[in-house]
Ligand binder design. Structure first.
Ligand SMILES: [Mg+2]
Length: 187
C-alpha cells in the first residue's frame, strides 16, 4: 500500500486531545507557543456548520487574550473559509493542500510577525493531512477527534482508512509512544 512508503514516525502527533476545546493552551503558552495554526473542518466546526459557534468565538477571544495569534489552514475551498472568518479578525487560508507545505508556507509568511518554528503549534483532526503536514514542517502537532464523522466526504473517509493503518503501524513500531499518547482511544 502507498502508505507503507511513508515513514510511520511522520504521523505521530506530539499530543492527542479529544477536542480543540480541551487543549491546554495555557500550558502551550508557557512552553513558548505563540502561533496556532488550525484546521477548520471537523476540528473547529462540523461539515454541517458554516460559521463559528459561540463556544469557538469565546475560545478565540480567550486565546488572543493569552497572547496567541490564530490562523486557519484548510484544504477546503475559499467560499467555505471566507464564510467562517467573515465576522472575525482571524486569517484563514483555503486550498492549503495539506500534507503539502504550500498553504503552510503561505500562512507563516503572512502572519503578523515571523514566528520561529518552535513557537508554532498545528492542530487538526486528520493524521494523513494535518499531522503529516505539521511533522513535515517540523512544528508541534496536536491531533483531535473529528467532531462529526458521519458527514465527511469520500476522500476524507478514504483518509480515515489510511489513518487506521498508520495507527496500527504506530502501535507496532512505537508502542510506548502509542500508549503515552493514548492513541488506543482514536480507533
Ligand atoms: Mg479536518
Amino acid at each position: 500500500m502507498i502508505t507503507k512508503l511513508l515513514k510511520t514516525k511522520q504521523f505521530i502527533p506530539n499530543q492527542y486531545v479529544k477536542t480543540f476545546m480541551e487543549i491546554d493552551f495555557e500550558q502551550l503558552y508557557k512552553e513558548g507557543k505563540r502561533l496556532i495554526l488550525t484546521d477548520l473542518d471537523n476540528t473547529l466546526i462540523s461539515y454541517e456548520e458554516f460559521t463559528p459557534t459561540k463556544e469557538i468565538l469565546d475560545k478565540f477571544d480567550y486565546l488572543e487574550g493569552l497572547g496567541f495569534e490564530i490562523v486557519i489552514l484548510s484544504n477546503n475551498h475559499g467560499q467555505r473559509i471566507r464564510t467562517f472568518i467573515k465576522d472575525i479578525k482571524i486569517k484563514g487560508y483555503a486550498n492549503a493542500r495539506k500534507p503539502l507545505l504550500i498553504g503552510f508556507n503561505k500562512a507563516i509568511k503572512n502572519a503578523s510577525k515571523e514566528y520561529p518554528k518552535d513557537e508554532i503549534v498545528f492542530i487538526g483532526d486528520q493524521l494523513m493531512t494535518d499531522i503529516f503536514c505539521a511533522n513535515r514542517a517540523r512544528v508541534y502537532s496536536i491531533l483531535v477527534n473529528p467532531l462529526k464523522q458521519k458527514t465527511e466526504k469520500f476522500y476524507t473517509k478514504f483518509n480515515r482508512k489510511l489513518e487506521n493503518a498508520k495507527l496500527n503501524d504506530i502501535k507496532s513500531k512505537y508502542l510506548q509512544k502509542y500508549n503515552e499518547l493514548n492513541l488506543e482511544k482514536r480507533h
